[in-house]
Design a protein around this ligand. Structure first.
Ligand code: NDP
Length: 329
């Protein structure tokens, strides 16, 4: 007997940044699935009751709230992001009969690349050289910087992004790599693993501290005044994950006091940063506008990830990127 047809409803705005021709591949992901890509939120809300599965960005996931009763059809929700802190509603988290998956894997190499860009740019005074070039000034800006080679990086979060960064730092730059995860465990590119209770003993050892953590109740504000005080004087802090991980007032104080040498921030607590924010003028701080994973390559990889999950769902296999509701990532 033929198996029942399934409906995947995809809700994203028109010209969504992960869109383009790659999206069309979803239609042929699995013969059991009919795929409807809907941009209009009202149309999405009207159709979501018929869906077995949803891929959606934030407003569309919110619209799923109406169809989360145990008797309803929806069984699987896939986010369009790696972080779920802003994507998931309390209703969705409470509906335990609905599997929630996020994108785990594809953004990792890009996150690592951006973290390295910020580490090198900070350590080698790159903003000063760009300013000097604009004014045709040939001047060495000091050689007090720690080269990456032979120095120590502490990577907070050893998942997809942190794991890729560990590989690049170890294999590419010969760095000593310290890695923090919830439970310490061996990793091929980490010299010394730490668990979540050991942050303050890890930080003083590092010349670079890079945040690759999800934003959860446990990690929110993890880089606070105490963590900044524990960092090695003259160390650099880089955040490519979520702005909420850093107490920005404490960071400002540490930078102004010269306690740490600089910061590279791709993410901030307010996103976008308002024009009047004090963050813009922090000393030795490089700000990029949440672009760590901006790349057409990501669209391709994300759609491949979604297609794999569509096949797993249709065949009753294990879904990739399953969110642990208790842990919050
Ligand atoms: P993963 O889920 O692959 O890895 C998360 C890591 O953080 C794991 O190693 C996990 O430990 C660790 N961790 C979680 N909670 C704690 C804790 N309390 N103490 C110590 N370690 C902890 O995530 P990704 O690497 O894919 O992404 C990380 C975050 O980066 C995302 O959640 C997202 O918010 C953000 N992000 C930002 C992007 C951007 O454009 N700026 C793009 C993509 C992601 P364990 O291994 O023990 O589970």
């Amino acid at each position: 007997m033929a198996e029942n047809k399934l409906l995947l409803l995809v809700g994203v705005p028109e010209n969504y940044r992960l869109g383009g021709p790659a999206f069309a591949r979803l239609h042929s992901a699995h013969p059991r699935f009919e795929v409807r890509i809907v941009h209009d939120l009202a149309a999405f809300t009207q159709q979501v009751g018929e869906a077995d599965a949803v891929i959606g960005s934030r407003p569309y996931l919110k619209a799923c709230s109406a169809v989360l009763q145990p008797g309803s059809r929806l069984r699987w929700v896939q986010t369009t992001t790696a972080g779920v802190d802003q994507a998931l509603t309390p209703e969705l988290l409470a509906a335990e009969h609905v599997a929630i998956t996020c994108i785990k894997g594809p953004p990792g190499p890009l996150m690592a690349e951006h973290a390295v860009l910020l580490m090198l740019a900070l350590a080698r005074h790159f903003p000063a050289y760009l300013k000097n070039q604009q004014q045709h000034i040939w001047r060495r800006e000091g050689q007090e910087w720690p080269p990456l080679h032979g120095h120590t990086v502490a990577i907070l979060g050893l998942g997809s992004s942190g794991g890729n960064l560990a590989r690049v730092c170890k294999a590419g730059f010969g760095m000593r790599v310290l890695g923090l995860s919830r439970t310490a465990r061996a990793h091929p590119h980490v010299d010394q693993p730490f668990d979540q209770s050991e942050l303050l003993s890890m930080l003083p050892q590092a010349d670079f501290v890079v945040l690759c953590l999800p934003n959860t109740p446990q990690t929110k504000g993890i880089i606070d005044a105490a963590a900044l005080a524990a960092m090695k004087p003259g160390a650099y802090l880089v955040n490519v994950a979520r702005g909420a991980l850093i107490d920005e007032a404490a960071l400002g104080a540490a930078l102004r006091a010269g306690k740490i040498a600089g910061a590279g921030l791709d993410v901030t607590s307010e996103d976008p940063i308002p024009k009047e924010s004090a963050l813009w003028d922090l000393p030795n701080t490089i700000i990029t506008p949440h672009v760590a994973v901006e790349s057409v390559k990501l669209s391709e990889a994300v759609v491949d990830f979604w297609c794999d999950n569509v096949r797993h769902f249709a065949q009753g296999g294990a879904l990739l990127g399953l969110v642990d509701r208790q842990a919050g990532y």
